[in-house]
Design a protein around this ligand. Structure first.
Ligand SMILES: [Zn+2]
Length: 228
């Protein structure tokens, strides 16, 4: 086992998050890893956590997100770097026998060329095997998918439902704020993020693109078999 970073790449709503969950599941079920040895860093979650913490930075982020704009590269880099070193220390302390036994899944980063350069910098002295995987999902599929999902106002879980109550806690289901501005986010993706994929070759040990319509389970199995 080697220290590995998996970059989950793709448009918003392309299913990269659920692919990440499936990869984690495969590593636990078939490679004998403990869930705690796998860190899942999602920039969406980092931003939502900072907003929930109501820090000064969180308030600033909240304003930007609510207006449908993207948070600056600088802010996101600060949050990602913090999360990366935290998971490095935390997971490192769990696996004394094999210090290389750790995997980080990175969801939603890098999203711009500036972010890619920042990430390359962060990884410079980490000696990680870096794999980038991309889901190519057609935009009309994404728009349909996003229009059919809601988030629970109470427990924040996402559900495939357009009305009713949260199946987990009975809370009210609402449209996720960033789903409401999906058109704008897809345009941002096409303009700023999609071109980053080719540049990732400069800093990755391996890269693989998948059809977004392929079953996430099958794709995750393939990735785990190939790289672990
Ligand atoms: Zn709920």
């Amino acid at each position: 086992m080697r220290k590995t970073l998996i970059i989950l790449f793709g448009a918003p709503g392309s299913g990269k998050g659920s692919l990440g969950d499936k990869i984690k599941e495969q590593l636990v079920n078939h490679k004998g890893m403990r869930a705690a040895e796998i860190s899942y860093i999602s920039t969406g979650d980092l931003l939502r956590e900072e907003i929930a913490a109501q820090s000064e930075l969180g308030m600033e982020i909240s304003q930007i997100v609510n207006s449908g704009k993207l948070v600056s590269d600088e802010i996101v880099a600060t949050l990602v770097e913090k999360a990366l070193s935290h998971s490095d220390e935390f997971v490192g302390s769990l696996c004394e026998k094999d210090p290389n036994r750790r995997i980080i899944l990175l969801d939603g980063y890098p999203r711009t060329e500036t972010q890619r350069l920042a990430l390359a910098n962060m990884l410079q002295d980490k000696e990680m095997f870096v794999v980038a995987v991309k889901r190519n999902t057609p935009f009309d599929v994404i728009k349909k998918r996003v229009s059919e999902r809601r988030v629970c106002k109470n427990c924040k879980t996402t559900h495939l439902a357009s009305d009713g109550k949260c199946p987990k806690c009975g809370g009210e289901l609402i449209i996720r704020k960033d789903d409401a501005v999906i058109e704008q986010r897809l345009t941002e993706y096409e303009t700023n993020t999609a071109p980053v994929w080719n540049k990732l070759a400069l800093m990755c040990n391996a890269m693989q693109a998948f059809d977004g319509m392929e079953d996430a389970d099958a794709v995750a199995k393939w990735i785990v078999k190939k790289y672990f």
